[in-house]
Write a protein that binds this ligand. Sequence first.
Ligand SMILES: *Cc1c(COP(=O)(O)O)cnc(C)c1O
Length: 369
Amino acid sequence: MPRPILATVHTEALRHNLGQVRRQALDARVWAVVKANAYGHGIERVYEGLRGADGFALIDLAEAERVRALGWRGPVLLLEGVFDARDLELCSRLDLWHTVHCDEQIDMLAAHKTLKPQRVFLKMNSGMNRLGFTPERFGSAWTRLNALTQVDEISLMTHFSDADGARGIAHQLEVFERATRDIPGERSIANSAATLRHADATRGDWVRPGIVLYGSAPDFPVHDAAHWQLQPTMTLSTQLIGVQTLKAGDTIGYGSNFTAEGPLTIGVAAVGYADGYPRHCTTGTPVLVNGVRTRMVGRVSMDMITVDLTNIPDAKFGTEVTLWGRSPKTGVLLSIDEVAQAAGTVGYELMCAVAPRVPFAAQGPADDR
Ligand SMILES: *Cc1c(COP(=O)(O)O)cnc(C)c1O
């Protein structure tokens, strides 16, 4: 019998969240961002739920091959473009669109022998200072690309640093619009946070949502997933494999960093940091036991955590424990964003970090409750 831990991907929730994006960005086409193996969900497992998107955007060429292997004939975009001249051959063979963010990538294209011109997204650094041409150099990069026979249509893109926060996007949007005023081509500017929070960003031709598709609020804790009407797409669940009854003064786990103030019943759940449950979670991190919200107590071990059973008197060996997502038996929700906050991180990281030893199940419409 394998350990009871399980990650479940919810197909209907993916479809629902994509629908929320469409409602928000009525006129834009939607890139479903599936980089990092679909934010840890598995590209093959999210495909059914996200195939209603207009295209798939990702980073790794091997992941682009997997999207094509699933039978997707529509657009696929490499968000960081090619890493090596040979990647352009794969772009030709698989008809991948690719970002161009630096001179080296233009050099590779200029030297590339292809029968079919390639569609590219020229990226501007409008203030994030990661990838892209500065506004001053953007026009000349476009002119150079436009002169290449290897290049077909050129679209324009940029990326926001503060779409989820107080600084917002206005300063970058202004830079982008000023520098692209006289340049033709489709625009792609909005990530999840910009799509939900900034209507002026969804005027672009393509939006690029990632995290919202996976049911996590991009601007938590200002807003939560319920506010944006998002549904969790991943559940991490397990079971209790032990129960202990403590008396006042007893301690729990490594380092004895939790001491019972009075009589306390705790459960031991089969999940630990080797499963991707963050070791930074401390006493107080929310957990569902049989659908009842309680708290983790003590430290996260490699294979186990301990939880307070005060309000769940009937909990015993085999009782369901939900770390995030939707409690399989009761349907009660626990947002991954809350757990991430308790660990000092974001939902993105938790999804991406589910360990290879955790088995996954895809849950189709028929099993969804
Ligand atoms: C990852 C990524 C996105 C999606 O970001 P979310 O915050 O998950 O919506 C959009 N655009 C680019 C260029 C990205 O790298």
